[in-house]
Design a protein around this ligand. Sequence first.
Ligand SMILES: Cc1cc2nc3c(=O)[nH]c(=O)nc-3n(C[C@H](O)[C@H](O)[C@H](O)COP(=O)(O)OP(=O)(O)OC[C@H]3O[C@@H](n4cnc5c(N)ncnc54)[C@H](O)[C@@H]3O)c2cc1C
Length: 460
Amino acid sequence: MDMLARLTEIVGPAHVMTGAAAIAAGFGREWTGHYRWTPLAVVRPGCTAEVSALMQWADETDTKVVPVGGNTGLNGGTFAEGAVMVSLSRLNRVRALNPAARTVVAEAGVVLESLHDLAAAHDLAFPLSFGAKGSAMVGGFLSTNAGGSNVVRYGSARALCLGLEVVLADGRIWNGLSDLHKDNTGYDLRDLMIGAEGTLGIITAAVLKLTPAPKAYATALIGLPSLGAALGVLNAVQMGSGGAVEAFEYMPDSYMERLGRAKPALACPFAPQPVNVLIETATTVPGADPVAQLEAALFEAMEQGQVTEAVVAHSTAQRRKLWEMRESAAEITFTTPDIVDCDIALPLDRLQPFLDRMTPRLAALDPQAEELVIGHLGDGNLHYTAYPSRSEAALGQAIRAAVNEEAMALGGSFSAEHGVGLSKRATMAAHKDPVAVQMMAAIKGALDPKGLLNPGKVLP
Ligand SMILES: Cc1cc2nc3c(=O)[nH]c(=O)nc-3n(C[C@H](O)[C@H](O)[C@H](O)COP(=O)(O)OP(=O)(O)OC[C@H]3O[C@@H](n4cnc5c(N)ncnc54)[C@H](O)[C@@H]3O)c2cc1C
């Protein structure tokens, strides 16, 4: 009762939820449904000062706190059994937009898609984009250093952020809302907070970079015989377009077949090839014709046998449909609770060697298991999912370990864009450099000595 009275005092009675109401509002599970919990309470502060007051109270009472944005994360990062969840959804104001400097100051609860719309209204773009854009929020996509489809051109969330405002574990507010592109004044605290998954502080606002809005896109779905051929096409189109490739998304025949079964309207327009790629280029030059340029490049690649099939979008509706094929991936992938979903990164030239090693390894572990691989090919990020034939925890763990081992052996990473959260803590223990883990633990101990912020996440 003391707790509820105090929380109510800080954020107001309309913004405190507990029990069945919190669960019904979606605060008892994450997107995949794999992790479920009952939070002590959910609070929705309306400003940075309220977030600060909440953390002061948490510090005084030793209460664990889990920040939450759109709750679309895929690693159990918002699991909050025995903790108070701080939802940033009411911190949804755009504090300033500066078209001349191409920056926007947005609070943590601003939804990614609304940033897209706002930027477009000023003939600008915020180029981070992925399937959960209608729900993911500024604080969430920065805390996971999200990637998505446009990383090949614009980088991950970290590359698009200039400054941050953060509430620390004891309630102090760090005003790091800088809009400088260069600032070498000591340790980079902004980059430390980005990707920390809520374990070092609660992001309340950010200065984000905007880019010139593309005037025209060229979007195509192409079929190719191999990943090697796909990399050849990527490099050729990058060269010919001056680095204008915005997306290069991998959908092999196994994905196309599942997609066609689940959503016949989105079936592949040609017989699925071993490698199918959604390629998109964009130009900011008025009057330029990227479609003609892309068609010419694809025609040449077809003559050389690198591309075997191609469909080029000639309308916004056709472009939209090609993107729907790619953005259905999460829905197509997360069909049963027993899947082993891995989010790995590899150097671009080691994607095929990874598959060549992993496919037989999966077959050896479970001959009936199915494999589904999609990914952001342009930046070397594969979402490797295995569907074991038996629901056995040990089998799932063995498959996950095999994927991570093969990726690491080829110079890869076991987490490309989804973060570590709860689901990859054991992998952190197995594969992260021990000195790096010690440094991370020292930083956590210095900034959050009581371990109040997002307990049990990220660190092994
Ligand atoms: C359909 C679908 C497609 C997706 N596609 C991609 C993709 O292509 N690329 C990609 O990178 N991700 C993708 N994701 C994963 C997810 O959308 C991203 O991780 C997203 O950035 C999470 O944002 P969110 O607001 O939902 O964060 P949440 O899920 O609410 O939180 C994520 C983590 O950040 C912490 N956190 C949240 N807000 C704050 C804050 N203000 N301060 C400090 N910590 C905070 C949470 O505690 C948690 O650990 C996809 C998810 C879905 C469901």
